[in-house]
Design a protein around this ligand. Structure first.
Ligand SMILES: Nc1nc2c(ncn2[C@@H]2O[C@H](COP(=O)(O)OP(=O)(O)OP(=O)(O)O)[C@@H](O)[C@H]2O)c(=O)[nH]1
Length: 389
C-alpha cells in the first residue's frame, strides 16, 4: 500500500512539472522579441551601435593620409560687395517726378497764362502763385514784369505762353552761374569740401551721398567725421562710406572737430586721395561761437591743403525761415555752393531762386529723396522742365 502511495505522489509531481513547462513555453512565444544577449557578450554591441565618441575619434593609424581640410572649411568671410553708385548726369532726369509738389506751380502758371484775357486779376493770381512757391518778392515782380512785356508785345502773334514762361524761368534761375563742384586740389593736394549748415538739414546724409557721386566719377575719397557733437553722425557716415569703399576718419566723441578735420586732410594728402569731404556739427549757437568753431576748422585744414569748396546745406521745406539761419553761416564762412535738400517734400521749388538771390551763391546740388543716389547736380533747364511737367 505504501509503495502505491509513493508511486501516485511521484506521478503527480511529474504531471505538475510537465504542465508548468508547457504553460511557460506558450506564454513566451507570441510576439516576444528574442532576448538580448547579455551585455557582457563581447564584440556584438560595439559593432552594431558604436558609441557616439567612436565616430569623432580619429583612427589611431589612418590607412590613407588625410589632407589638411581646415583651409577649405574655414573660409574668410567674403568682403561685402561694394555698390556702384549711379552716374550723376542721369540723376535729375530720373528724379523729375519727385518734384511733383513743385510741379503744381508750373501747371498753375501755365493755366493762368493760357487764359484768353490776361487781365489784372490774372496777373495778380500769377503773382500770388509765385510768392506762395517761395520765389521771393523781388524775383516775382521781375518775372511778372518780363512776362507782361513779352506776352503783350508778342500778343498779336499768339505767343506760346509755355515757351515764354520756360525761357523766363530759366533766366530767373540763372543758367550762367558756375555750378561745377570744386572737388580737385592744386597739384598733388586733394580737393577739400567743407559741408556746413543748421542741424537736421541733411548734412551727414549729403556727405554720404557726395561720397557716392565722387566714386561714380571714379575719384578716390576720404570722409572726415568732424561732427563730433552727435555720436550717431559718425556711425551714419561710416555706413555710407562702407557701402562704396570710402574710409572715414573719426575722432573721440565730443572731441575737437578741427583736429578730426586736420587728421583727415593730412591722411588725404599722405595717401594722395582726390577729395576729402568734411562733415561738421550743425548746432546753431550764437554767431561768435559758430565763427570760432568753423573758422578754426577751416584754418586748421588749410595747414594741410586749401579748402576748395564750402557747401551750405539748406532744407527746402523750411522756406524763408531756413534762409535766415543759412545766412548766418554764409556770413561766417565763405560759402561757394548750396545744397538744397528735401526738395522732394516741398511744393516750394521757388526757393532755389530766393536762396541764390539772397546768398549770392549758386545751388550746386539738390536732394530729392532718401535713397542713396537721390542727390543730383542742379541744372536750371532740367529743373524748369520738371516744374512745367
Ligand atoms: N526726403 C528727403 N529727406 C532727406 C534728404 N536729405 C536728407 N534727408 C533726411 O533728413 C534727415 C536728417 O539728415 P541728417 O543728414 O542726419 O542731418 P544733419 O544735418 O547731418 O543733422 P545733424 O547731424 O544733427 O546736424 C534724415 O532723415 C535724412 O534721411 C532729401 O533730399 N530728401
Amino acid at each position: 500500500m505504501q509503495e502505491w502511495l509513493y508511486l501516485v505522489i511521484g506521478l503527480a509531481v511529474l504531471a505538475v512539472l510537465a504542465v508548468a513547462g508547457f504553460v511557460t513555453t506558450r506564454v513566451r512565444r507570441p510576439g516576444h522579441a528574442p532576448e538580448q544577449p547579455p551585455a557582457d557578450v563581447t564584440g556584438v554591441t560595439d559593432v552594431i551601435t558604436p558609441a557616439p565618441s567612436d565616430t569623432v575619434e580619429a583612427p589611431a593609424t589612418p590607412t590613407t593620409p588625410v589632407p589638411p581640410t581646415a583651409e577649405v572649411e574655414v573660409e574668410e568671410p567674403a568682403a561685402p560687395e561694394l555698390e556702384r553708385p549711379e552716374k550723376p548726369a542721369s540723376r535729375l532726369v530720373r528724379l523729375r517726378q519727385r518734384l511733383a509738389g513743385s510741379n503744381a506751380l508750373g501747371r498753375g502758371l501755365l493755366g493762368l497764362l493760357s487764359r484768353e484775357q490776361l487781365d489784372e486779376d490774372t496777373w495778380e493770381a500769377i503773382e500770388d502763385l509765385l510768392l506762395g512757391a517761395d520765389i521771393g518778392v523781388a524775383p516775382t515782380q521781375e518775372l511778372v514784369e518780363r512776362l507782361r512785356t513779352r506776352l503783350r508785345v508778342e500778343g498779336g502773334q499768339a505767343p506760346d505762353a509755355r515757351a515764354v514762361l520756360r525761357e523766363e524761368l530759366i533766366a530767373l534761375v540763372d543758367q550762367d552761374l558756375d555750378r561745377a563742384l570744386r572737388v580737385s586740389g592744386e597739384g598733388d593736394a586733394p580737393g577739400v569740401v567743407l559741408v556746413v549748415g543748421v542741424n537736421g538739414t541733411g548734412k551727414t546724409t549729403t556727405v554720404g551721398k557726395l561720397a557716392r557721386i565722387l566714386v561714380a566719377d571714379d575719384r578716390t575719397a576720404l570722409l572726415a567725421a568732424a561732427d563730433t557733437f552727435r555720436a550717431a553722425a559718425t556711425e551714419q557716415l561710416a555706413t555710407w562710406g562702407e557701402r562704396v569703399g570710402v574710409e572715414v576718419v573719426r575722432g573721440p566723441e565730443g572731441g575737437d572737430p578741427a583736429s578730426v578735420a586736420f587728421d583727415a586732410v593730412k591722411e588725404g594728402v599722405d595717401r594722395g586721395v582726390d577729395t576729402v569731404v568734411v562733415d561738421t556739427a550743425g548746432r546753431l549757437q550764437n554767431k561768435q561761437g559758430l565763427m570760432d568753431e568753423l573758422g578754426k576748422v577751416k584754418r586748421v585744414i588749410e595747414k594741410q591743403a586749401p579748402v576748395t569748396e564750402v557747401l551750405l546745406v539748406l532744407d527746402a521745406t523750411t522756406g524763408q525761415n531756413g534762409l535766415i539761419q543759412a545766412k548766418v553761416f554764409s556770413e561766417v564762412v565763405d560759402v561757394t555752393g548750396i545744397v538744397l535738400t528735401k526738395l522732394d517734400g516741398s511744393a516750394k521749388g521757388g526757393i532755389v531762386v530766393a536762396v541764390q538771390r539772397q546768398l549770392g551763391v549758386p545751388v550746386k546740388l539738390v536732394g530729392l529723396g532718401e535713397g542713396p543716389d537721390d542727390l543730383a547736380p542742379f541744372d536750371p533747364a532740367a529743373f524748369v522742365d520738371a516744374l512745367l511737367g
